[in-house]
Design a binder for this molecule. Structure first.
Ligand code: PLP
Length: 620
């Protein structure tokens, strides 16, 4: 495709996108295809010769579109929203065209700075405390866009794990990291998302699930009890994940209580607000944020409810040094003249505060475990510099008390034993204090007096995602975003009112924000059957959840296109299918629920108020 054809075909594509979104209400939200359908329609090999764009696109229309779930549909009620919007699409279009990678400031200065600016805007919009923002370059806090909430959780767990292992290594120099790892334990509620469990699996740490209360909320007392019992057994609590807006029921853990427990035991507190975080743009929902200043990291997905298309997870940390210690590598090709003058998302603030982590001995960050051949020629002397020791030939600045030390050619610190003792047995940090030497003196790119910043994330390369976030924030403005969130909540409340007015249904848990979890009274099998049939009909799409053995249908308002009429239509569809099922089972569309007519009193009151007098188990 050349420029000329691109101009024509891309414009057609824009029309196709606009038509798709404008008319999405008309599409069946859930596809009627069977597994393997596409394999039967497409060839098994890539084409030998170039194909015409029109032929390619014809296949999209004929084969791909019928096999999609239409996530932007107003009748999409499954999962959580994955919304897009025109400013966001345009941000992604431009980002895809530019295809700049924003890992260091030098790799994309505007990309990096825009991310910091947009994340500061967003953090303020949510009412996050200033400690999470990065308005001054020497601020230890800051925001970064990760790909997913799962990744943010993992990053947070790994950073906390490193912090704990560093501390434990110092206190237990005779133990290997693997042995120390076996002592670590972290916590989340029994309602936490599966990605938290996955983070624990990847991090090779034990995870304890705290039983949530009757409102599905993790509370401080239960956490305290579990931590105290684990400490008795010699385990080391190092990380707690609190959820604001659980996946099953949009329940909220009690942040303040949990934060206080974490502070008491020195555990890192991560807040996973994947879905509900968007709601905090509205001050009336910020009561759930109470205690957030006690958290070490906080993440939510603008890619869910905030109309910034996937992927975009906003993550803030109080101390990016913790990320830097975890993800730090520093090869020469990633260093640049302006290192330290702005955030590098490859890197973090080196507002070094290792001493705070109870390390009694002085810790000098140096790659003693992994000396490189070239380093043999490097005289790695450290100089006193206003109470800060700066490594002359390398790029590390490590804040330690005024002690003069040197490294030998093998990277060992201090030639004499006294000096070695003075800086601590860094060998026993098992690489957790590692900063690679790069080429040291041989190729000197760094001004050693500049702060070098280190990693914030797992991958190196990163898309220019700040663009779409920035476009959305600007094009909707605070008022537009708040309106969108409030409308979603209003429609969910409307739906809840319809459910509660029908005696055959119940809402076993309080509903929060834009999600209502409802069920047919009685045996789980009725609700299971209802959901299966609804999805098979394809007019609306929803997924289930289970609260302590009770099967429910999660009905989430996802689309900004959902209207009052859509909700009425969806409820009508649910009632029709429910009536079919109850008629199948009980021979009556009311099941075994007796509906009593009330005497007519006034035209202004409801003509019929149904009364039910069987328990849910009776119905089963
Ligand atoms: N955390 C919670 C509470 C969620 O509800 C979800 C997904 O819905 C996730 C994490 C995972 O999000 P992601 O797909 O961005 O990893």
């Amino acid at each position: 495709m050349d420029h000329t054809e691109f101009r024509v075909k891309a414009k057609e594509m824009v029309d196709y996108i606009a038509d798709y979104l404008e008319n999405i209400r008309d599409r069946r939200v859930y596809p009627g295809v069977q597994p393997g359908y596409l394999h039967k329609l497409l060839p098994t090999e890539a084409p030998e010769k170039p194909e015409k764009w029109d032929d390619i696109f014809k296949d999209v229309d004929q084969h791909i579109m019928p096999g999609l779930v239409h996530w932007q549909s107003p009748h999409m009620h499954a999962y959580f929203p994955a919304l897009t919007s025109y400013p966001s699409i345009m941000g992604d279009m431009l980002s895809s065209a530019l295809n700049v990678l924003c890992f260091t400031w030098a790799s994309s200065p505007a990309g990096t700075e825009l991310e910091t600016i947009a994340m500061n805007w967003l953090g303020k919009l949510l009412g996050l405390p200033e400690c999470f923002l990065n308005e001054k370059n020497d601020s230890p806090g800051g925001g970064v866009i990760q790909t997913t909430a799962s990744e943010a959780t993992l990053v947070s767990l790994l950073a906390a794990r490193t912090r704990a292992l560093m501390e434990l290594s110092k206190l237990n120099p005779e133990l290997q990291a693997a042995e120390l790892l076996g002592h670590l334990i972290c916590y989340c509620s029994d309602q936490a998302h599966s990605s938290v469990e996955k983070a624990g699996l990847i991090g090779l740490v034990r995870m304890r699930y705290i039983e949530s209360d009757e409102g599905q909320s993790m509370r401080g007392a239960k956490l305290e009890e579990a931590i105290a019992a684990d400490k008795e057994k010699g385990l080391v609590p190092f990380w707690v994940c609190a959820t604001l807006g659980t996946t099953g029921s949009v329940a909220f853990d009690n942040l303040r209580e949990i934060g206080q427990v974490c502070q008491k035991h020195g555990a890192w507190l991560h807040v996973d607000a994947a879905y509900a975080g968007s709601a905090f743009v509205c001050p009336e929902y910020r009561h759930w944020l109470d205690g957030v200043e006690l958290a070490d990291s906080f993440a939510f997905n603008p890619s869910k409810w905030l109309m910034v298309n996937f992927d975009c997870t906003a993550m803030w940390v109080k101390d990016s040094t913790a990320l830097h210690r975890t993800f730090n590598v520093n090869p020469i090709y990633l260093r640049h003249e302006n290192s330290g003058k702005a955030i590098d998302y490859m890197v973090g603030s080196q507002n070094e505060d290792i001493k705070k982590l109870t390390l009694k001995k002085i810790n000098i960050m140096n790659d003693i475990d992994h000396p490189k051949a070239d380093d043999n020629k490097v005289d790695n002397k450290f100089n006193k510099n206003n109470g800060v020791i700066t490594q002359i030939e390398n790029r590390n600045i490590t804040k330690v008390d005024a002690v003069e030390v040197s490294t030998d050619v093998d990277g060992n610190i201090g030639k004499d034993d006294d000096l070695y003792d003075a800086v601590g047995d860094t060998k026993n940090l098992h690489g957790y204090n590692k900063i690679s030497h790069g080429c040291g003196k041989i190729i000197q790119l760094e001004d050693p007096n500049k702060k070098e910043l280190l990693h914030w994330q797992i991958p190196l390369s990163r898309r220019f995602r700040a663009l779409k976030l920035w476009f959305v924030l600007r094009n909707y403005g605070v008022v537009g975003i708040q309106k969108h969130i409030r409308e979603g909540v209003r429609l969910a409340q409307k739906f809840a009112a319809l459910v509660l007015a029908d005696p055959r249904f119940e809402i076993p848990q309080p509903s929060n924000l834009g999600m209502v979890a409802f069920r047919l009274k009685g045996d789980n099998a009725f609700t299971e059957r209802l959901l299966k049939r609804l999805n098979a009909r394809g007019y609306i799409h929803a997924v289930p959840a289970c609260f302590k053995g009770i099967y429910v249908i999660r009905f989430t308002i996802t689309s900004q296109r959902t209207t009052n009429q859509d909700i009425l239509d969806d409820w009508n569809e649910i009632k029709i299918v429910a009536s079919e099922i109850l008629t199948d089972v009980f021979g009556s569309e009311n099941g075994n629920i007796a509906v009593v007519k009330k005497p007519r009193i006034s035209l202004k009151v409801h003509l019929f108020e149904p009364v039910y007098f069987c328990s849910s188990t009776q119905m089963g």
